[in-house]
Design a protein around this ligand. Structure first.
Ligand SMILES: NC(=O)c1ccc[n+]([C@@H]2O[C@H](COP(=O)([O-])OP(=O)(O)OC[C@H]3O[C@@H](n4cnc5c(N)ncnc54)[C@H](OP(=O)(O)O)[C@@H]3O)[C@@H](O)[C@H]2O)c1
Length: 258
């Protein structure tokens, strides 16, 4: 089994890498922090491929993908577009535009760039799964997190479009919507996080959901119920609660901020 994972140096991506490696997979591990990737790869069973790059660098990402496809003799089973950043953003603060841009480039456009090179080889062998890591935050817009929520809403819709574009090619497109997972991204959240889950537990459930052929999964299940409710709450009622919701801190556009 061959699995390509972006954002593998930390949190959810790292836990997914550990889970897939424990099942005997050969991995393509992508992130900017080469040392973290090497340290991860050397602690895993099997031989893996480390690609230290910025997912916003599309040519570099494609070169890594081609190298991994060649190493897998054209049969890559799972691609997980997981790399992501989060930060509070306010539209009336002009300096936040750069954060909006970085969030969209990383969470949305890099997901497209991650999947692009795998479509043709997966189509050729009639199998493969493209997995997008979105978020429960993409279901409704929360104040103070317009950039992040909008990027995850885009990721959800993008995966849905792609799933139906590729229907009939043997390629599955899966969107995973994590709730609160304990990673560096949420470590500094200054508010209570209901149903907080460890990345390892998340990874186990995510890998099972992908293997079971799920098209979309909210993890953990308690958040799946919350997600269902969120989807049907009428706009005026949603607004009543949303305006009181705790906000993500703004700050320098540092990757990994909550
Ligand atoms: N934690 C949660 O509660 C939660 C909830 C919903 C969704 N998610 C989503 O889950 C995904 C993983 O988040 P996490 O919680 O595991 O956060 P994390 O621990 O901060 O990990 C983020 C990963 O993305 C990589 N990354 C970020 N920007 C990158 C870039 N430009 N190029 C290459 N790699 C980049 C980071 O690696 P480098 O810094 O080494 O590049 C790191 O490996 C994200 O898409 C996030 O939005 C998380």
């Amino acid at each position: 089994m061959h699995v390509f994972i972006t954002g593998a140096s930390s949190g959810i991506g790292r836990a997914l890498a550990q889970r897939y490696a424990s099942q005997g997979a050969t991995l393509g591990l992508v992130a900017r922090r080469e040392e973290s990737l090497n340290q991860l790869a050397s602690g895993l069973p099997g031989q893996h491929h480390v690609y230290a790059l910025d997912v916003r660098d599309r040519p570099a990402l494609h070169a890594a993908a081609q190298d991994f496809i060649a190493a897998a003799n054209g049969r890559v089973d799972v691609v997980v577009a997981n790399a992501g950043i989060s930060q509070g953003t306010l539209t009336d603060q002009p300096e936040d535009f750069a954060a909006f841009q970085a969030i969209f480039d990383t969470n949305v456009l890099a997901m497209v760039a991650t999947f692009e090179p795998f479509v043709a080889p997966m189509r050729a062998v009639g199998q493969g799964a493209l997995v997008g890591i979105a978020s429960v935050a993409g279901i409704r817009g929360l104040p103070g997190a317009a950039g992040y929520c909008a990027s995850k809403a885009a990721a959800i819709s993008y995966c849905e479009s792609l799933r139906n574009e590729l229907a009939g090619d043997g390629i599955r497109v899966v969107s995973l919507l994590p709730g609160y997972i304990r990673t560096p991204m949420t470590d500094g959240n200054p508010f209570p996080m209901p149903f907080l889950m460890s990345p390892h537990r998340f990874a186990r459930k995510a890998v099972n959901a992908i293997a079971a052929g799920r098209r979309q999964a909210v993890i953990p299940w308690q958040m799946a119920i919350a997600a269902r409710l969120l989807r049907i709450v009428p706009v005026p009622l949603f607004d009543l609660f949303a305006r009181r919701a705790p906000r993500k801190p703004r700050g320098a556009p540092t990757d990994g901020l909550p």
